[in-house]
Design a protein. Structure first.
Length: 95
């Protein structure tokens, strides 16, 4: 998990560096984007996104239908059933 998080954005989910990052996060839980409170009016109708969640690693990745990492969500301890993200955060930001 040495790569700065911002450099993962826009990379394909099967990029070797993204795969290495994900392997360091523990087991994966794949959830489709079906949040009832989520307003997707700003998204194109053909855009399909999936959350790739790593609860023990404290990270969730939003991946577009083009397989690109669109967003990275970091969690603190016990937030939405995630453990705390323990890796480095760009710019020296800390929980």
């Amino acid at each position: 998990m040495n790569m700065p998080l911002a450099q993962l954005l826009g990379r394909r989910i099967d990029d070797p560096e993204v795969e290495q990052f994900m392997r360091g996060l523990g087991p994966e839980h794949v959830d489709d984007d079906e949040d009832e409170d989520y307003d997707d009016d700003d998204l194109d109708d053909d855009e399909d996104e999936t959350y790739r969640s790593f609860r023990s690693g404290g990270v969730s990745l939003l991946v577009g239908s083009d397989m690109l990492v669109r967003a990275i969500f970091l969690y603190s301890q016990d937030r939405e059933d995630f453990d705390a993200y323990a890796g480095e955060i760009d710019g020296g930001i800390a929980f």
